[in-house]
Write a protein that binds this ligand. Structure first.
Ligand code: BES
Ligand code: MN
Ligand code: ZN
Length: 473
């Protein structure tokens, strides 16, 4: 796809897309399509509506934006151009924006438009449709349209990379595949990369991580990416849950495990975010850790009631092998704090069904011991439609995780407060870091959308972390 900003001639483009704010309907039609009258019964600019007409030699696609569109809605509206209206698209397309959109909504539109090129038909004979040669003219009035378009392109690329990592099946995205992905990124963008294999993991004391990986034929990989900037304002540490498939282990998932290729949604989010931050060359230090394992079953698989060690030195009673995410994250968090000492520490994980019970598919569960960090994340997400909402980290919940035989247990065995007790478990491995946040993204990272018949990756966390970081700079 090639973008051409504010081109002088548009005559070659047959399809012209005109977004319309409901309150500006008349004005927009008059300035963009003089002499054309459209009955408001046919098109009024309401959100999620569209109208097509021919005008001279052009096909016009009017997109209703409603009265006060938000980022997410504009993103989705523009994503429909190449998914729902692709029969109108030939070699060229012209996006003819009104003058009074904010830069943030321009960004949303350009991001969404590019997301329209994504499809999950990876393994079909004909392959997914390619839009590589599509020429896109954009009429836009912003103080820095070039920068805006470039940023939008990188956001869309990062989001699609996160989509892909989640949507590819678990025989294509294994722990070694994620490690290779990280190595390729590091090579392309000049990042530091370390992949700790099981032998080294043992000498580094990553025992909880290794215990979860023991039942799988695929080698666990503890992946570290380091992005450094000479004028860094702060150091951010990210940890993403990278369970490439979660069978539950010996506490096997009896209610179905069909969706559990998505149990590396946290890893996909932090990896794609690392790509994005490095491409945008933002002035921070970023260290990203992905403990990548498959939670599988065989003769070596860890057993319910085993007591295992951990990087932080706490012994853990494994009450349930299906509470595996918190075990690998415990080592990820501890390793990051001890070896890198970041100013802020954020983990993203598809951690509990309980967070879905609480928030459904609307919002991530947010936990933090730092009010500023918590508010920053909540606000950044609100702006772009990746919502999260706080739950408490009260001490009483930590007592639920007390073990009689070990320092801590991985499950309290009770049908309540599952997301909170999981967060308290994680907190025990942060070495009392004063600025830590945990986002439980089980409900929001792999979702139903209008763009596919099955659940697909949402890239939740990528734009949220970007906007959070940008606000701190
Ligand atoms: N990966 C699951 C959580 C999950 C559930 C993610 C549904 C996405 C959709 C996690 O590893 C898990 O199995 N959690 C258990 C924990 C329990 C055994 C303490 C859960 O939430 O039921
Ligand atoms: Mn599990
Ligand atoms: Zn899991």
């Amino acid at each position: 796809m090639q973008f051409k900003l504010n081109p002088k001639t548009l005559s070659e483009s047959r399809l012209r897309v005109i977004p319309v704010l409901e309150n500006d309907l008349e004005q927009t039609l008059e300035s963009k399509l003089p002499g054309t009258a459209i009955s408001t019964a046919l098109f009024s600019g309401k959100k999620d509506t569209h109208f097509t007409l021919s005008h001279e030699s052009q096909l016009i696609l009017l997109l209703g934006l409603g009265k006060e569109p938000d980022y997410r809605q504009v993103e989705n509206t523009f994503r429909r151009i190449l998914t729902k209206h692709s029969s109108l698209v030939e070699k060229e397309i012209y996006l003819d924006f009104p003058d009074n959109l904010s830069d943030s909504l321009f960004e949303a539109a350009l991001v969404g438009f590019q997301l329209g090129t994504y499809s999950i038909g990876f393994f079909k004979k004909e392959g997914p449709k390619s839009f590589k040669k599509l020429k896109v003219g954009v009429r836009i009035s912003s103080s820095n349209p070039k920068n805006l378009a470039l940023t939008a392109q990188r956001i869309a690329d990062a989001k699609m990379e996160a989509f892909r990592l989640v949507d590819l099946p678990p025989n294509k995205i294994t722990p070694p595949n994620l490690a290779d992905w990280a190595k390729n990124l590091a090579k392309r963008l000049n990042l530091g990369v370390k992949v700790i294999d099981p032998k080294r993991a043992k000498s580094e004391g990553l025992e909880a991580f290794l215990a979860v990986g023991r039942g799988s034929a695929k080698e666990p990989k503890f992946i570290i990416l380091e992005y450094r900037h000479p004028k860094a304002k702060f150091h951010l540490g990210l940890v993403g849950k990278g369970v490439t498939f979660d069978t539950g282990g010996l506490n096997i998932k009896t209610q179905g495990m069909h969706h559990m290729k998505s149990d590396m949604g946290g890893a996909a989010a932090v990896l794609a975010t690392t790509q994005l931050i490095a491409e945008l060359q933002l002035p921070i230090h970023l260290t990203t850790i992905v403990p990548a394992v498959e939670n599988a079953i065989d003769k070596d698989a860890y057993l319910p009631s085993e007591v295992i060690g951990s990087h932080a030195g706490l012994s853990i009673e494994v009450v349930d092998t299906d509470a595996e995410g918190r075990l690998i994250l415990a080592d990820g968090l501890s390793y990051l704090v001890k070896n890198y000492k970041p100013d802020h520490l954020i983990d993203l994980a598809t951690l509990t069904g309980s967070s879905i019970g609480t928030f459904g598919y609307e919002s991530a569960a947010l936990f933090s011991n730092d009010g500023g960090l918590s508010h920053g994340l909540q606000e950044a997400g609100e702006e772009i439609g990746e919502k999260s909402w706080p739950l408490p980290l009260w001490e009483v919940y930590a007592r639920e995780m007390d073990s009689e035989i070990a320092d801590i247990r991985n499950y309290h065995g009770k049908p309540f407060a599952g997301a909170i007790t999981a967060a308290k478990f994680l907190q025990a491995f942060t070495h009392e870091h004063p600025s830590w946040a945990h986002l439980d993204i089980a409900g929001v990272s792999f979702t139903d959308t209008e763009f596919a018949k099955t659940k697909t990756g949402s890239a939740f966390g990528v734009n949220l972390l970007l906007k959070f970081i940008q606000k701190q700079l």
